[in-house]
Structure formats: structure tokens, C-alpha cells
Design a protein around this ligand. Structure first.
Ligand code: FE2
Length: 154
């Protein structure tokens, strides 16, 4: 499976998490509730961003260079991570809620840029077998098994 397809699939799961968290905001009455939601987002979005930073972006760097769109995407990953750290470290319920809403908003904007621009660039710049090879790296990273173990019985 191509890396761009699997990353879109991860976005789908993360959109479901965004919706779940946003729907729960009116019921968050304690700072700890908001901090838990922020920590859940930090863990899931953080692992998704690492996959992009370590598997997809290096494959695009020979053509795009380290600056330009890859710099923007990496900076946005850092911005999302920092916003979620602010949720977890917030001193008041209101501050935490404001940061949580901000973090989800910038994560959604970032996903839209990847879907509308970056993933399309990747599909144009990388050959189909390279996109598949990166997809296999994703599988190995995600499940720790590797495709060999998934497709061939021992
Ligand atoms: Fe990203």
C-alpha cells in the first residue's frame, strides 16, 4: 500500500478523535479532563507526525529540499506539539480549553494542507514502487512486525 494512502487512513482515524474530543468539550468541567484529552491528542498526533517526519519527508527532500513545504510541515508539527504541551501544562480550566480548541484547529488546518498539496506532490514526485516501499516501512514501524511476518507464516 502506498504511504500516501496509509497516511490518509491515519488522518481518518484522527478526525474521528478530533470529533470525539470536540464533542466532549462542553462536559469537561475539571482541568484534569482537558489535560487528559490533550495528552491523548499529543500521543496520537505525535506518533503520526513522527511517521511523516521520518518516512515520508526524507523521501521528498532530494527534490523539495529541506526548506519550502517540508520546512512548513515540520514547523507545523512542532507548533501542534507545543500547543498540546500548553494544554497539559495549563494552570486553569479556561486556558486549557482555549489551548485545546487551538490545537485541534491548527491540526485540522495542517491535515488539509497535506491532503490538498503535499500528498499530491508526493504522488507526482515518487514512483509507485517507492510509495509502496515507504508504505511497507510504515507497516514495520506501526506494528513492529514487518510485512514479511504479516504475509508469510513462519
Ligand atoms: Fe503532518
Amino acid at each position: 500500500m502506498q504511504i500516501t494512502q496509509v497516511l490518509l487512513g491515519e488522518h481518518g482515524v484522527l478526525y474521528a478523535l478530533f470529533e470525539h474530543i470536540e464533542a466532549g468539550i462542553p462536559k469537561m468541567e475539571a482541568l484534569a479532563d482537558v489535560q487528559r484529552a490533550g495528552a491523548t491528542l499529543a500521543a496520537t498526533l505525535g506518533s503520526h507526525a513522527r511517521i511523516e517526519n521520518e518516512i515520508l519527508f526524507p523521501a521528498l527532500e532530494p527534490q523539495l529540499g529541506p526548506n519550502g513545504p517540508l520546512r512548513v510541515m515540520r514547523d507545523e508539527h512542532d507548533e501542534i506539539e507545543a500547543a498540546l504541551e500548553d494544554v497539559v501544562n495549563a494552570a486553569s480550566l479556561d486556558a486549557a480549553l482555549g489551548q485545546l480548541r487551538h490545537a485541534v484547529r491548527i491540526a485540522r488546518d495542517h491535515f488539509a494542507k497535506e491532503e490538498q498539496v503535499l500528498f499530491g506532490m508526493a504522488q507526482q514526485m515518487l514512483a509507485a514502487d517507492e510509495l509502496d516501499r515507504l508504505g511497507a516501512m510504515w507497516a514495520e514501524t506501526r506494528c513492529g512486525l514487518g510485512q514479511r511476518n504479516l504475509t508469510r507464516p513462519a
